[in-house]
Design a protein around this ligand. Structure first.
Ligand code: SAJ
Length: 418
């Protein structure tokens, strides 16, 4: 089986190597010359455990080739970004998916399979993608098979989850579903769940919306508890002792290219009905403002306070800064005129010095990502070097009892300091 994977990003590149590793001939296509050159020169442009090694093996075996242009293949997998459009409801911008479909048209032949992996709004395949191929004379389900097969992998565990997670395969027709499912049977060891395209589209958006709404609840509870002088973290821990309760954790906000984006794909379809989804988005996307407001209160009264932010990425142990609340917080603090140092070993920020050197004479360390490196820091030593040993841990990664020489502030005790 010969596959052409369009878009070699966080999903496309691992997908291409999974197929190549299972014996398929894969051409990975990316329009960025820079990405193609990095890959050809033995590197990878994204941080993901084990990815570099497996990419190299696939190149060495000759199963993976990369190019800026598509070629004729049996299967086309489209994994290009689908950001929010710049409209009022932040709908799904499918222009790159449409462009990729148009780009493969000259190479297509009868009985090819076209799979869209990019997350899209419900009904996108039916309403916008199918007509592109029909206009060329194809009958979907008879001489061309079109399906949506969203990925569900967690950044940081992509290679493992791509193989072992259950996979949704939703074709335009039953024949489309059958053909697309066969493609994934090459390497997927999880269950292959067969459905139709529009159900697959909304199911994928629902998964991330579910998580976004649950995080919003945790963030709202953190604010409410703060106002009531209650330790929110302790309360969540206790509530979670209930056999059917699993409240998530408050943080600096929700980032990444999934939770902060996909819920709008449902909301924008029917805004007057999708009220909870929008409220959750509003709660999560305004968390950086809450963190900034509290940070300002924490340094109040200090002449020219120096703040050191640990973490730029949207979550721990990855190098992905897309939609990162940390970046928003840093931008807002800088705009307010604060003197700020930023340290994030995963994106090479501030690494010229050690974190201990960076915190010298600072008044507040602000923890914004839960990288393992941050958990290994000796915060007593950090405290000794700071001018005022305050740490605002928005990720709740430091055990305050372990460190007597610093004041650890988190969503459990923030109300005592502001
Ligand atoms: N977060 C919190 N509190 C929590 C949990 C997470 O504030 O208790 C924050 C994180 O710090 C981060 C954001 O939420 O900023 C999102 O992180 P995440 O780990 O929940 O999810 P993603 O965006 O990295 O990956 C999600 C996953 N979806 C679900 O868990 C439903 C993944 O399986 C999807 O494949 C991925 O989106 C995607 O590509 O859609």
């Amino acid at each position: 089986m010969k596959l052409c994977v369009i878009g070699l990003g966080y999903i496309g590149l691992p997908t291409a190597v999974m197929f190549a590793n299972s014996g398929c001939d894969v051409i990975g296509v990316d329009k960025s010359e820079e990405v193609i050159n990095i890959l050809k020169n033995g590197g990878v442009h994204i941080e993901e455990d084990g990815l570099n090694e497996i990419v190299r093996n696939c190149f060495d075996s000759g199963r993976l080739k990369v190019s800026t242009k598509p070629v004729a293949a049996d299967v086309y997998i489209i994994a290009v970004p689908t950001p929010n459009a710049c409209d009022k409801c932040l709908s799904c911008d499918i222009r790159l998916v449409v462009a990729a479909c148009k780009e493969i048209l000259p190479y297509l032949s009868k009985s090819n399979i076209v799979i869209v992996e990019s997350t899209v709004a419900p009904r996108t395949l039916q309403d916008y993608i199918m007509p592109i191929f029909e206009e060329q004379g194809y009958t979907i389900g008879e001489d061309l098979y079109l399906a949506h097969c969203p990925e569900r992998v967690l950044p940081g565990r992509i290679l493992y989850e791509m193989r072992y997670n259950n996979r949704i395969v939703g074709g335009i027709t039953k024949e489309c579903t059958k053909h697309a499912a066969k493609v994934y049977e090459t390497f997927v060891e999880g269950k292959i769940i067969k459905t139709d395209a529009k159900t697959a589209e909304i199911a994928k958006c629902m998964e991330n919306t579910y998580r976004d709404v649950n995080i919003a609840l945790a963030n709202e509870l953190a604010k409410v508890c703060g106002e009531l002088n209650i330790d929110c973290l302790e309360a969540i821990r206790i509530a979670n002792e209930h056999p059917r309760v699993n409240i998530l954790w408050p943080g600096p906000g929700v980032g990444g290219h999934c939770l902060a984006v996909d819920p709008y794909f449902i909301y924008s379809k029917i805004p007057n009905l999708a009220k909870l989804i929008k409220t959750a988005r509003d709660i999560n996307s305004t968390m950086p403002y809450y963190v900034v407001e509290k940070t300002v209160e924490l340094v109040e009264g200090i002449q020219k306070p120096k703040i050191v932010a640990f973490g730029l990425t949207y979550k721990g142990n990855i190098d992905d800064t897309r939609e990162s609340p940390a970046i928003k917080i840093i931008e807002l603090l800088k705009a307010d005129g604060f003197q700020l140092e930023v340290y994030d070993p995963h994106v090479g920020k501030g690494v010229e010095q050690s974190p201990y050197e960076l915190v010298k004479d600072s008044d507040l360390v602000l923890i914004l990502a839960d990288h393992d490196e941050f958990k290994e820091i000796d915060y007593n030593k950090v405290g000794d070097l700071m001018r005022r040993a305050y740490i605002f841990d928005t990720r709740n990664i430091i055990d305050a009892e372990e460190y007597a020489d610093v004041t650890v502030i988190n969503y459990g005790n923030l109300f005592e300091f502001v």
